[in-house]
Design a protein around this ligand. Sequence first.
Ligand code: ADP
Length: 257
Amino acid sequence: MSKIYYLPQTNEVELFKAAASMNLPVLIKGPTGCGKTRFIEAMGEELKRDVYTVVCHDDLSAADLIGRHLIDENGTYWQDGPLTKAVRNGGICYLDEIIEARKDTTVVLHSLADYRRSLSIDRTGETIEAHPDFMLVVSYNPGYQNILKGMKPSTKQRFISLSFSYPDQKVEQEIIIKESGISEQLAQKLVMIAGEIRQLDDSDIQEVVSTRLLVYAAKLITGGFTPYQACIHCLVESLSDDHDLLAVLEKVISLHF
Ligand code: ADP
């Protein structure tokens, strides 16, 4: 099996490894599509720890993380949720978009994120000491944050924080080439276009151009689409529904392709 490809932006790999060896939980802040998930997957592989990923949302309950009683023909039995599996057996539990989860759900993380490293399961009366290889990692996108949803300071202050942003030009170019097989010249152009769009200060842009979208555009190009088409489908239509803004974005693309 080939190694998961991850190109570091700064010192995140060293920090993550240090946190893992010291049993400290990690919080990753950063916009969508900047490499957070890829980073965790690569770290899991390197540290030989399974990664249990949960994408959080406002209907997520503590039971979705911890586990629940289920029924089959033999009666009821307990099934560990992803958090409990990682706590019991060792592994990285990665809670993506933690801010979307309700606070009463994230409260169960407190005892795992500090010196106690234990998880109490009310429904079974069990308290589990975390496996030495258990690690808690959470992420959120500060751009989506709203006043009602911010992360509780008492939760935030239990983590080592890493801040991610889109990689600098050279790194982003290299990622795109590696992920899609596109030529250096085209990769350079895509990154340049992304830079121009990222500088447009328009509240109608629902998302900025992510590294993920650039990789998609590059893949379409290597798949036979013209660079113009690829950019329209990945860098223009994905960013807004506003007609005027779409016209502006299209103009940026047509200046290059
Ligand atoms: P996030 O979790 O921040 O939303 P992802 O980790 O899913 O973003 O990244 C989106 C895509 O961007 C990945 O699938 C990968 O193709 C590419 N990518 C972004 N950053 C990197 C990086 N540093 N190294 C390798 N690939 C990257």
